[in-house]
Design a protein around this ligand. Structure first.
Ligand SMILES: NC(=O)c1ccc[n+]([C@@H]2O[C@H](COP(=O)([O-])OP(=O)(O)OC[C@H]3O[C@@H](n4cnc5c(N)ncnc54)[C@H](OP(=O)(O)O)[C@@H]3O)[C@@H](O)[C@H]2O)c1
Length: 359
């Protein structure tokens, strides 16, 4: 029996994983522990899965590491939201535990440092984000010249005037039901920017070989273009159960895990994205091109700005303003440890907070 640790167990990804486990979709596995930030619902989950729980909020790295180490998991799902997820990825690598990784910020901030460290320690990082899971699977069979990442376009894909958008509107995603941070990021296309950065590091593709296309149906999770020009796509009904179970089971997925596609009722569309209305995606590409700590500064500023938007301090169109102004600082130096990464991420967050206060 493998031992599976679920980080971010009370969230959208954690819930989907635990539901899949309860339905017998995850092979020969026991839940070795469940971790959340501050939600007491974790106690119920601990009882339900007869496993130890950790409420991590206010705990030190050493306390968290010692809890995880005692559980001796073989694999962990990292479904923690935001930059906080990086510390967990780093701990799991230190402990030699394979990672089914939903937390994209781990790669956006940790970049080559985290990937090299994982390789050195023999830790496998299997992507859970549906786009990266699709690319990961497509690259098993084909060489790729270009990655084509699909975006649903979010709730404002057709909205002409981006002023006056409320948190309630931004939290109403047309396709996916997810946590608040990623849902707002999907509305600004910052989520796509984070995914482009994550894909660039995970699959070693420079930004000019990554394209984003708006594909409203979210049936194609991503595509790769092979050197001969053929394009391969991974398609399924949108359901995070598939990439989560596939990552944890090592690609071994039970039959009919997601409902089959009804091709007779499908129309698939592709559109370019609007640079003016969605500046966050351009900023993400710029951060990736500049390299160094720019992608992390982008992610840090975005996290601060999204929280400020959700608490009513700034408007929706201020999110790119805060991010762009934070990125005006010099972030060219590459960080060489997780402490250094977190220190600089805190500095970017402090700058973004100051900008929010004066906007
Ligand atoms: N949702 C999706 O469909 C989806 C798809 C692709 C990728 N992702 C990525 O997966 C990650 C999680 O997304 P989500 O939508 O599941 O978020 P979510 O619903 O907001 O859940 C976040 C989870 O993280 C926990 N958490 C927050 N801070 C923590 C900390 N410091 N220590 C331990 N746990 C902490 C939360 O615990 P509390 O409940 O106690 O706050 C909660 O369990 C994000 O990086 C997101 O980009 C999500």
């Amino acid at each position: 029996m493998r031992r599976l640790l679920v980080l971010g167990a009370t969230g959208s990804i954690g819930n989907t994983c635990l539901r899949a486990y309860s339905e017998g979709l995850i092979n020969d596995t026991v839940i070795s522990g469940v971790v959340a930030g501050s939600s007491r619902r974790i106690d119920e989950l601990g009882k339900q899965f007869s496993s130890p729980v950790l409420l991590a909020s206010g705990k030190s790295r050493e306390e968290i590491m010692s809890f995880i180490s005692c559980l001796s998991p073989d694999i962990a799902l990292n479904g923690v939201s935001g930059i906080a997820g990086l510390m967990y990825t780093d701990i799991l690598i230190d402990l030699g535990i394979d990672i089914a990784l939903a937390n994209k910020e781990s790669i956006v901030l940790g970049g080559e440092y985290i990937l090299e460290k994982a390789m050195r320690k023999g830790v496998r990082i299997i992507p859970v984000d549906s786009e990266h899971s699709a690319i990961h699977n497509l690259l098993k069979g084909h060489k790729a010249e270009r990655l084509i990442i699909t975006a649903s376009g979010g709730p404002f894909v057709d909205r002409k005037d981006m002023t006056g958008i409320t948190a309630e509107e931004a939290l109403n995603h047309p396709v996916w039901k997810m946590g608040p941070k990623i849902t707002v990021d999907s509305a600004t296309l910052a989520n796509k920017a984070l995914e482009v950065i994550e894909a660039s590091y995970l699959f070693s593709f420079p930004p000019e070989r990554i394209q984003v296309t708006v594909h409203r149906q979210s049936v194609i999770h991503s595509m790769i273009e092979s050197p001969d020009g053929a394009v391969y796509a991974l398609m399924s009904n949108p359901d995070m159960t598939l990439p989560i179970v596939s990552a944890i089971n090592g690609g071994d997925v039970p039959p009919r895990l997601v409902s089959p596609l009804d091709l007779s009722s499908l129309t698939l569309t592709f559109e370019d994205w609007d640079r003016e209305r969605f500046p966050m995606l351009s900023l993400g590409f710029e951060a990736l091109r500049k390299g160094g700590f720019y992608p992390a500064a982008f992610a840090s500023a975005d996290e601060v700005a999204v929280n400020a938007f959700l608490s009513g301090e700034i408007g929706f169109t201020d999110i790119p303003r805060v991010t762009e102004r934070t990125m005006e600082e010099d972030w060219s130096l590459r960080a060489t440890s997780v402490d250094e990464i977190m220190e600089r991420a805190d500095r970017a967050a402090a700058i973004a907070e100051e900008i929010c206060r004066n906007i």
